[in-house]
Design a protein around this ligand. Structure first.
Ligand SMILES: NC(=O)c1ccc[n+]([C@@H]2O[C@H](COP(=O)([O-])OP(=O)(O)OC[C@H]3O[C@@H](n4cnc5c(N)ncnc54)[C@H](OP(=O)(O)O)[C@@H]3O)[C@@H](O)[C@H]2O)c1
Length: 265
């Protein structure tokens, strides 16, 4: 992998070489963790929300219902690093259902870093759902290292709420009716001590967080494949009245995959 941006002494092309970013080499997990570190100051709201998404060249967020066909081993390495840096991973219920989500695991490679940052052994997973039509017998709810959170509205079905609690999930109410208010969800999570937030989508949930103006950062993998078809884009839902500008904060490259980091201006 090569770092293309920001340009540093180490990444600038050596005289006489054609390689901006220097020669490609495998990065250690420590180097990846440094490159993707959360800002020390998580902002006035107390929390920093970053999304990690992968897209094909033609904008598809999945192929045949899964993101794996447009991903790569290095993308999954970054995916794992981003998880290891997060306090909580916020994810939409449909992604949990389709991708068969499991609890996050503790990884030796990040144990020291997490301990030093005052974090538990693994991030919590927080599932955003209105219907609570989730299989609460799955290990995601019954056997996580840290309790899985279920973020829903005050009008969620009471029997499903009871099932979630009985399975061991921590219920967070972040909406007056069934729907979750994204800004309130971020506030509630910050209030519970979750400040380094990561969302892994999916597009419909992410679209609502974008529309609510609470997304601080987008880690976007651009995969060098075309898929055509009618797959969703990485962010879905109603269009914004005004396009929201982000600035490029970092860019890595490997084997034609671009790993970009954009921050809200
Ligand atoms: N390319 C990528 O990086 C990436 C990342 C993630 C997922 N994906 C792909 O995206 C697809 C799934 O994404 P999706 O957009 O269809 O679904 P999604 O965003 O994962 O989940 C949608 C569901 O989340 C819940 N939800 C969303 N917003 C809510 C709100 N404001 N209040 C309450 N509940 C809310 C609802 O759950 P209930 O129905 O339970 O009420 C809704 O049906 C899969 O094919 C997956 O492979 C791709």
């Amino acid at each position: 992998m090569r770092r293309l941006l920001p340009v540093t002494d180490q990444t600038a092309a050596a005289p006489g070489t054609e390689h901006p970013g220097g020669a490609a080499r495998e990065w250690s997990l420590d180097e990846l963790a440094e490159a993707y570190a959360y800002p020390a100051d998580t902002g006035s709201g107390g929390a920093w929300l970053r999304a990690n998404m992968v897209s094909s060249l033609d904008g598809a967020a999945q192929h045949e219902g899964r993101s794996q066909p447009i991903s790569t081993a290095t993308d999954m390495r970054i995916f794992g690093t981003l998880r290891a840096l997060a306090d909580v991973v916020v994810v939409g219920a449909e992604t949990v259902r389709l991708e068969g989500y499991r609890p996050a695991r503790a990884r030796d490679a990040f144990a020291g870093r997490r301990a030093a940052a005052g974090q538990g052994p693994a991030p919590a997973i927080a599932v955003v759902s209105a219907s609570l039509e989730l299989d609460f017998s799955l290990p995601l709810f019954t056997a996580p290292l840290v309790p899985t959170l279920v973020i829903t509205g005050a009008g969620a079905p009471s029997d499903r709420l009871a099932a979630a609690r009985q399975a061991g999930a921590r219920v967070v109410i972040a909406g007056d009716a069934n729907a979750v208010d994204p800004a309130r969800a971020v506030r509630e999570l910050a209030g519970l001590g979750f400040r380094r937030l990561l969302t892994e989508g999916g597009p419909r949930m992410l679209g609502q967080f974008v529309a609510a103006g609470v997304l601080d950062e987008l880690c976007l993998t651009l995969s060098p494949v075309l898929t055509s078809g009618d797959a969703q884009r990485i962010v879905g839902g109603p269009g914004l009245a005004e396009p929201e500008r982000f600035r490029l904060a970092g860019l890595l490259e490997e084997a034609g995959f671009l790993f970009a980091r954009y921050r809200r201006i």
